[in-house]
Design a protein. Sequence first.
Length: 387
Amino acid sequence: MDVPFWVWALTIAAIVGMLLFDFVGHVRTPHAPTLRESAVWSAVYVGIAVVFGLLVLWFSGGQYAGEYFAGYITEKSLSVDNLFVFVLIMASFAVPRELQQKVLLFGIAFALVLRTVFIFVGAAAIEQFSWIFYVFGGFLIWTAWAQARSGGHSHDEDFKENVALRLARKVFPTTDEYHSDKMVTTIRGRRHITPLAIALVAIASADILFAVDSIPAIFGLTQETYLVFTANAFALLGLRQLFFLIDGLLDRLVYLAYGLAVILGFIGVKLLIHALHENELPFINGGEHVTVIPEVPTSLSLSVILVTLVVTTVASLLKNRRDAARGVESPTEAGDAAADSEGLLAQGPGDRDPHARRPGDAPPSPHDAPVTDAAEHAATGSTRSRG
């Protein structure tokens, strides 16, 4: 697939333009998006991705269009799974609802830059070393096995701080309260980072881990750098709206982890077969290509991905229905972290208070968490310096 420079430039400009539009039009003024707003813009971004795929079909043919759609659907599915972690992060840092959009958009921008770097590094590695397909394939099979064993995420999980977060807290003094939508504020002449900045570090560090299995997965579906980049970009662009659209419904996709395990395992096997066809390792068949097993066509890959996601979704819905008939309120049969034996708290991302004891007397949610101006607290100096 020969993509001229001007097409690359136009594509990147369009993606950057959509990110800027998202920031100016939706995130610049902090607010909690409505369900309608989230649904409309989610549909818009999916529509843009589909139109782009049709353009690929028109100008480059069915083979490349199929590879793009297979990559886009896979990346979108992995992104939905990533939202579970975002929910845990928002709840752990009690990010006020109206500020969550900014954290998500900045995190998405960081993920896009990071994945672009990973994509070009991966493309260069594939160009120079055909054996890298063995590494990618083996890693995806191992990831699939780990995903299936874990059974996915549940809302009773706690977010565990990583090295990046601990380092940030140690190096920078941190305020106790949110200061509007500011990442950095000045108190008593000294700069402090706010909890919003800490939440962004958490999202960004999680994005690094997500890219590790995401990039090998899409290279298993297409080796065209342009398609890998655009499939990733379009899958990420609508992630902020998707977060607010399906919050509260994420834990109902009880079998999503198993479906993703099947998809990742399938792509891993596909990569290993491709590696055998491109084999140059002297200790495998004397360095000759191994073509006994035919390569997996793109049409089969797309079919397996779609069927797996449909079966996973239907099976999850059926389980939810059976649970509802038995009077089980939590689809995963795991109570909310803020609930006790007397009831469950049905709340959205960032709403749960780990100190709540029962629905009747739960303390205010993070919607009402202190969000103040730096000037108001300059005198009190309500901060902590972590050392």
